[in-house]
Ligand binder design. Sequence first.
Ligand code: NAD
Length: 244
Amino acid sequence: MLEIPQMALERFRHARRVAVLTGAGISAESGVPTFRDAQTGLWARYSPEDLATPQAFSRNPRMVWEWYQWRRQLVLEAAPNSGHLAIAAMERRIPGFRVLTQNVDGLHQRAGSTRVVELHGNLFVDRCFREGITLDRVIEATDPPPRCPFCGGPVRPGVVWFGEALSPRVVQEADAVCRSVDVLVIAGTSGLVHPAAGLPSRAKAHGAFVIEINPEPTPLSDLADATVREMAGSALVTLLDALS
Ligand code: NAD
């Protein structure tokens, strides 16, 4: 029997404005590995921190592009799990509901969530590495990565890499959400990647009740008002059931 503190269930049930901040852990049950999981197969000898940087792309654009192609494929073969689906159902039940996600896999949208702030971009969006602009159309090259149709520069995935700044518009939106919520649920994030990891303390400072769902303790555990040491899938279904 899954235990969620009664106080957390009550606060969640009566909240008018709720946001869920998600990280890679919520997609782990869909078979999409987190960055803290050891990489497998072809990519086992690289750490994501050595591939997901502008420096890595400058040094070896082909290798980084192929790693992202592999990740895109993994995500395309995956399906949203009960955690993503419970979050999408919450949006239909709670008027001021928002998802803030660090994930780049689009699984929240595939589960039916429509009010999603993607803090770190999306794997399936292409951008010009030189100009930073989003591209609807790219020129496929025999030697990947593809090329920008405007400047001929290499095309990169539209995600935020380690060492890069988040879009100021997105940060502002996430910040505004955190300042306005009654309850913030944090699910499947290690709380190590900033500035996303600073959002829970922002919400708490503005009076939100913070619920953390993660099988492991994290640097965010101490500030959480309630911690649920469970997998995101089952814990989010239990929270959703509390609305009935
Ligand atoms: P992380 O890899 O640093 O940490 C994952 C966390 O999820 C850990 O604390 C782990 O204990 C927890 N976890 C694992 N399985 C879980 C489950 N079933 N239920 C609940 N929690 C579970 O992830 P992060 O905090 O998101 O930060 C890493 C960065 O890498 C982020 O920018 C993230 O977007 C990106 N990333 C994204 C994806 C994706 O889009 N699916 C995958 C890997 C990494």
